[in-house]
Design a protein around this ligand. Structure first.
Ligand SMILES: Cc1ncc(COP(=O)(O)O)c(C=O)c1O
Length: 404
């Protein structure tokens, strides 16, 4: 008999090699740096709670109550009725009429995205995703053996989509258009004329729009309406969650809302079928959805103000660094600066050198699909202002010598 020692390693599936998620992958590198005794400042993950922002007490109370009241059973696979109704009312009040039976409560925006892509894209199907993108899209698309086609966001035009580029990417295999607005990783909010142009483009080519609106309540000037407001009959599926504007990312609770057009009826049925297979999302946390959407949201006013102050500091400090440029964010907690790298260097080399030298951890732009030589990186600016000042001092010193 062969012993464990003589047998080879258990093989892993090819899809794992196609699956990359730079935001967390880079943590392994940071842990090596930490092992040397150096302090690492993690600016890689957009988790406000990790930086001292608190989940509103009435949401914690709603979950606690649900557990005490015995709601620890499996729930209906699309979600508990109260949560679905609250989500439907929220979209409807914001001008995108959705009925509760077209809402699914999911394990964060992430699960909604995965369920939807699984429901609509076959092997070899193509999905238009922004470049830079939030990397979950390309990771899931790769897992499905489908193809991401990147459309450019233009840093010279406030990171708005390049419509001409988008138009050139459509083929008979194109299935969907991903629109992330407000955007991660750029912090951009799209003006109404751009939103209309995207809707027209999707309509012309018969595409469903996956509208990632997880930062919708985090525009510095106030909430950004859903894309569906501009055309409630367009085939739009909107995604959001409690993770960002409701400060509970660890609860893994979110939702997707499918527009009322009958063209999406089969998609609703397909998502329902797939959702049945994973039984349900976390039940006690679903009790926080109605509490969030129908209760007190005053925490958002202070949160938005704090984000804007951090953004202002980030922009002014980055722009003061020779060789560094940045588009000013108008929502969320990300900035995407560009470092004018010497020829032959990559964004990943710069980010890793910054990490090893200073302990500051950002994510390189190529992790979001950008060409590595362009020198972009993403900063999460959720840390307190004083800490951000220290971080930008470290970055300024390092970058000056790196670019010499
Ligand atoms: C654009 C975007 N979509 C989706 C997600 C996933 O969020 P959730 O916690 O709701 O799954 C994130 C998280 O950072 C994000 O930035």
């Amino acid at each position: 008999m062969q012993t464990t020692k003589t047998l080879g390693a258990i093989p892993t599936a090819a899809r794992v090699h196609r699956f990359t998620y730079a935001i967390r992958n880079i943590v392994a590198e940071a842990q090596k740096v930490e092992a040397t005794g150096k302090r690492v400042r993690y600016l890689n993950i957009g988790d406000p709670v990790a930086f001292g922002f608190h989940t509103p007490a009435h949401l914690v109370a709603a979950v606690e109550r649900a557990m005490r009241d015995g709601h620890n059973n499996y729930g209906p696979s699309p979600g508990i009725p109260a949560a679905r109704e609250a989500v439907a009312s929220e979209y409807t009040a914001n001008g995108f009429p959705v009925s509760a039976d077209r809402v699914f409560i999911t394990a964060g925006t992430s699960e909604g995205i995965e369920l939807t892509l699984s429901a609509i894209v076959d092997d070899g199907g193509e999905v238009l995703v922004p470049m830079p993108t939030y990397p979950l899209y390309t990771a899931v698309i790769a897992k499905l053996n489908a193809r991401a086609k990147y459309y450019r966001l233009d840093p010279n035009r406030n990171w708005l989509p390049d419509l001409d580029h988008l138009k050139n990417l459509v083929t008979p295999e194109t299935r969907a258009l991903v629109v992330i607005d407000p955007n991660n990783p750029t912090g951009a909010v799209y003006p109404t004329d751009m939103r209309r142009a995207l809707l027209e483009f999707a309509d012309e080519h018969g595409l469903v729009i996956l509208a990632d609106e997880v930062y919708g309540d985090l525009g510095f000037r106030g909430s950004v309406p859903p894309l569906g407001l501009l055309d409630p009959d367009a085939p739009i599926i909107s995604f959001s969650s409690l993770s960002k504007a409701y400060l509970a990312p660890g609860w893994r609770t979110g939702w997707m809302a499918v527009g009322r057009t009958p063209r999406l009826d089969d998609v609703v049925a397909a998502v329902k079928k797939l959702a049945d297979g994973r039984l349900c999302s976390t039940v006690p946390m679903q009790y926080a959805v109605a509490a969030a959407l129908t209760g007190d949201r005053s925490h958002q006013t202070g949160f938005r103000r704090d984000l804007e102050a951090r953004s202002d500091l980030t922009v002014s400090r980055l722009r003061a660094m020779p060789g560094v440029s940045v588009v000013e964010p108008t929502a969320a907690f990300y900035a995407m600066p560009r470092v004018a790298l010497p020829p032959g260097r990559t964004d990943e080399q710069y980010v890793k050198a910054l990490l090893h030298e200073t302990g500051v951890l950002c994510v390189y732009g190529s992790g979001f699909g950008l060409p590595a030589e362009q020198g972009f990186l993403r900063i999460v600016f959720l840390a307190p202002l004083d800490e951000l000042r220290e971080i930008y001092d470290l970055m300024a010193g390092f970058t000056a010598s790196y670019l010499q």
